[in-house]
Write a protein that binds this ligand. Structure first.
Ligand code: SF4
Length: 685
């Protein structure tokens, strides 16, 4: 017994494309729902359901985080409008052949022409086509319905009419309808929109059924093209059976059979076809030991590897993997190109570029694209093409050349992976190890994600592996910037810089490619314990060059400004004999220090605190207390101010307070204070 399997069995181009789109969305982490079952095959729908793909009836059922896939049958215009209004994200998997019909009816009906549609008015594809008609339309499913239609509407004979067919319409019926229309409606423009995948499948089924004793048709019972295949076979072979899965096979069907033919609908997954063949082989083995499967299924798109598809394409095109195509249409997710020899090619957005791209603004009709053929179907006259793979091949040559020349390349950091980052440049994937990805080991790799970087190729490995270094470019740029800075700066220059880091003894400031240091004592006129009291990392501050040491490559910077010097402010605003309100800030055995203005403290000697004997300052004063005091002496050189409360209480003693005496009495205290400061600074250095 021979089992002959149709070459055309299995997914057609449009169904494969739609299913693939759903799988791609799922694997990219999207939550997906489809507007009706994606294909008329319950097993596949169940499989997708197990991956979380929901079937919805309308756009209103779509949840906020879901993307709605329009299946290959297509939908009417209003569905797009409703979805857009509801803010639903769409993935349009309408088969390009169906989309072409939408375009035809929309254009012709907008001119006021009557549209005739050959097909099943209840089929979703026909409902979708009707949804793009804006003028009068009629649907007929066979020649007699067409005759009745013309009889009831004789005006159709006289007015402009456009005729299209459902893509899966029976080829014979379509032929008859065309002959009739050409005779009766001489004005009719007939668009042959029947899909060649369908007609080829039906022709092959007819041929097989004419020579086989048993025909097995595999496919969904709700699939229109499967049912039509069954009809085609049943008219020629009485022993024809429609099954959805292998479990429905019955041994008795084959008891007297010599030749068994197997065909499958456009939405039948390859796995189910294989299972049917395998089961038939097993159950028929005892019946006929000589049984042989004389033809194997032509591999479907879903089964082919890229290499196999390419091999297949070599026979039908020029033998070249690369082709140049002319763009004939473009939408948000796909470009349609003419690559000659009657083959229409499709480039998905994913295959256009490694970067996310807005096809509508990037590509225009009539653009020429260099492409790689990934898969091709001679029977359907379609090809899946890739621009990014073409660019990657061309880009690889640039990468190799850049390794030899040391050229700096530009690219985008696409991913942070274990051990480094992945950069794409010239459409080629380049690995940058963590040690080569940033200027410093402390810099985060995560911050690089999505950024544009310059890098060099440092190694080319086997299997088109390229390794790059961002660090080498950063270091070079840093060195260049350093040289530029050193050549341009001079002591006294004022520069705006960015605080890069803080230590206990000062702040490091980037002044345009080179770091200088502001010592803690140069940050503020006030005494501070930590640089963070004045500046923070990332602050932009104005500094001036205090000193340069080109040999040691050290730059000392100043930050505090002369005009902010509290002694300058004090000198212009205060004089001896002024009575000032001061705040007690500290106490010693010989007196109390009081703040006159921030940065200038004066000493109230213990003898000047009160008009009586004071054993210790704490007996009369407390830290934080505000008191009135008279300035009795000022020594700007030594930065000393003497204060007295007592002279305010006993004006007559004012004369007795001799400047020399006061200054002498404060000297010990100041010396002690200066010494303490010096120790503090020395410790910090
Ligand atoms: S049968 Fe033809 S028109 Fe229909 S989905 Fe398949 S390829 Fe597209």
């Amino acid at each position: 017994m021979n089992i002959t399997l149709a070459k055309t069995a299995g997914f057609c181009f449009g169904v494969n494309r739609a299913v693939q789109m759903v799988y791609d969305l799922v694997s990219s982490g999207e939550k997906v729902c489809t507007l009706g079952p994606i294909i008329h095959n319950s097993q596949m729908v169940d499989e997708l359901k197990s991956k979380g793909v929901r079937v919805v009836e309308n756009a209103q059922e779509v949840k906020n985080d879901e993307i709605l896939v329009i299946r290959s049958h297509g939908v009417g215009k209003s569905v797009y409008e409703t979805a857009t209004k509801a803010g639903v994200r769409l993935c349009d998997a309408t088969c390009p052949f169906v989309a072409k019909i939408h375009k035809i009816v929309a254009e012709q009906s907008s001119k006021g022409e009557v549209i005739l549609i050959a097909g099943d008015e209840n089929h979703h594809e026909v409902i979708g086509i009707i949804g793009h008609c804006v003028s009068q339309y009629y649907v007929f499913s066979n020649e007699s319905e067409l005759e009745n239609l013309i009889e009831n509407h004789p005006e159709i004979k006289e007015i402009p009419v456009s005729v299209v067919s459902q893509t899966t319409f029976n080829a014979k019926k379509w032929q008859k309808a065309q002959i009739f229309l050409k005779k009766v409606c001489t004005n009719a423009k007939i668009f042959d929109t029947i899909c060649s995948a369908t007609s080829t499948r039906q022709a092959e089924a007819r041929e097989l059924a004419a020579t086989c004793d048993v025909m097995v048709v595999i496919g969904g019972r709700h699939s229109s093209n499967t049912v039509k295949l069954y009809d085609v076979c049943a008219t020629l072979c009485q022993n024809t059976h429609l099954i959805e899965t292998a479990s429905e096979l019955k041994v008795e069907w084959f008891s007297k059979a010599n030749n068994v033919g197997v065909v499958a609908g456009a939405s039948t997954p390859a796995g189910i076809i294989k299972e049917v063949i395998k089961t038939m082989s097993e159950i028929l083995q005892p019946v006929d030991e000589q049984m042989e499967v004389v033809e194997t299924v032509q591999k479907s798109f879903e089964e082919m590897t890229d290499e196999e598809a390419f091999e297949a394409s070599l026979n039908s095109l020029t033998g070249e993997q690369k082709v140049c195509g002319t763009v004939v249409a473009v939408n948000a997710s796909e470009i349609t190109v003419d690559i000659g020899r009657g083959v229409t090619g499709y480039v998905s957005a994913d295959e256009y570029s490694t970067e996310p791209v807005d096809l509508l603004s990037e590509v225009k009709v009539d653009d020429k694209l260099n492409l790689i053929i990934m898969k091709i179907s001679d029977q359907e006259g379609t090809a899946m093409l890739s621009k990014r793979r073409y660019d990657a091949i061309a880009g690889w040559d640039n990468i190799v050349a850049a390794k030899d020349s040391g050229e700096v390349l530009h690219g985008t950091v696409r991913d942070v992976i274990k051990g480094g980052v992945v950069v794409y440049s010239n459409n080629v994937r380049i690995f940058i190890p963590a040690s080569q990805a940033t200027a410093s080991r402390n810099d985060s790799l995560e911050n690089l994600k999505g950024t544009e970087v310059d890098f060099r190729i440092i190694e080319i490995g086997r299997g088109r592996r390229a390794i790059g270094s961002i660090r080498s470019v950063l270091r070079e740029a840093r060195k260049e910037a350093e040289e530029k800075v050193w050549a341009s700066i001079a002591v006294g220059d004022r520069i705006t810089g960015t605080v890069k880091s803080l230590t206990s003894y000062g702040a490091f400031v980037d002044i345009g490619g080179v770091d200088g240091m502001v010592h803690i004592s140069e940050l503020s006129w006030n005494r501070i314990k930590n640089p963070a009291e004045v500046v923070s990392v990332g602050d932009e501050i104005e500094v001036y060059i205090k000193a340069l040491d080109p040999e040691k490559r050290k730059i000392s910077l100043g930050y505090k400004k002369a005009e902010d010097n509290p002694w300058t402010i004090f000198q212009s605003n205060y004089n001896v004999d002024d009575v000032v309100k001061v705040t007690i800030v500290s106490m010693t055995t010989y007196g109390a220090f009081a703040r006159i203005i921030p940065g200038v403290d004066g000493l109230i000697h213990i003898s000047q605190i009160a008009n009586k004997h004071v054993a210790k300052p704490q007996d009369e004063l407390t830290v934080g207390q505000e008191v009135d005091a008279k300035i009795t002496a000022i020594d700007l050189d030594k930065k000393r101010v003497s204060l007295s409360i007592r002279v305010l209480l006993e004006p007559e003693v004012a004369e007795e307070v001799k400047e020399d005496e006061v200054v002498a009495s404060t000297e010990d205290a100041v010396v002690e204070e200066v010494a303490a400061e010096a120790v503090a600074e020395e410790t910090a250095e």
